[in-house]
Design a protein around this ligand. Structure first.
Ligand SMILES: Nc1ncnc2c1ncn2[C@@H]1O[C@H](COP(=O)(O)OP(=O)(O)OP(=O)(O)O)[C@@H](O)[C@H]1O
Ligand SMILES: [Mg+2]
Length: 220
């Protein structure tokens, strides 16, 4: 039985699942000139629903017949291995450290066709150095070659430089804004931090909104 957080699996006909399908369409067709194949999901602060949202996005992308890899690039507080109930002994940090893992990445098959998970692997002491490394570019290249879409979970933008560093290596960032939780000044500061490093902000998603608005997507 899938984790209750994976509403796209537990209740595919719900309005929330429908909102995820709309989000998928918006992202896939957001720009014809610069199509998005690698995407970072982040939010201004902690606990705004990033990891839950990206897991459901990944399910929806895969259900659309796209080979999708979900990467847990929150090397501070990883949670995808918990959402998917898998081990976290090998993952992204293994690919950084072991040459052999570059040619055979420790991808985990999920219960969803077309969807593979790359857990974070053991949490390192220097996440920002890892994300900014040349080796990380190589890892992203290897994953891109294996999928149609690679989606990266990340820490909050305002907590560390990790998310902005990562986002600048991907085709764009989607920001999660939590209704009644994210402060306006935090959203503005997060946007500035991303624009400073020339990251393409693909849009913002309102999470935990009252039902009528749930999962609403705002292009920026
Ligand atoms: N749309 C939602 N509605 C209600 N609860 C939610 C929603 N999305 C996430 N949650 C709950 O809020 C908590 C935080 O969610 P999640 O772990 O996805 O956030 P996060 O932004 O990834 O947090 P962190 O900054 O710690 O990585 C979890 O307990 C999750 O179950
Ligand atoms: Mg998270």
């Amino acid at each position: 039985m899938a984790n209750a957080k994976l509403i796209t699996l537990t209740d595919p006909r719900s309005p929330a699942s429908e909102a995820f399908r709309t989000l998928r369409t918006n992202i896939m067709f957001s720009s014809v000139e610069n199509p998005i194949t690698t995407l970072t999901v982040s939010s201004p602060a902690q606990g705004e629903g990033k990891s839950t949202l990206i897991a459901n996005m990944a399910v929806t992308f895969a259900q659309g017949g796209n080979k999708t890899i979900l990467v847990d690039c929150d090397l501070r507080r990883p949670s995808q291995h918990e959402i998917w109930d898998v081990e976290n002994e090998r993952g992204l940090t293994t690919m950084i450290l072991e040459d052999a893992a570059i040619s055979s990445p420790p991808l985990v098959e999920t219960e969803v066709d077309n969807l593979q998970l790359l857990p974070s692997g053991p949490v390192p002491s220097n996440p920002a150095d890892i994300i900014s490394s040349q080796r990380m570019n190589e890892v992203i290249g290897v994953l891109k070659a294996r999928a149609n879409y690679v989606l990266f979970d990340s820490p909050p933008v305002l907590a560390a430089t990790d998310a902005a560093l990562l986002a600048s290596k991907t085709d764009g960032v989607l920001l999660v804004i939590r209704a009644g939780h994210t402060r306006r000044d935090q959203a503005a500061r997060a946007r500035q931090a991303l624009e400073r490093v020339h990251v393409r902000i693909v849009g913002a998603v309102l999470s935990n909104a009252p039902r009528e608005d749930s999962g609403e997507y705002y292009g920026l």
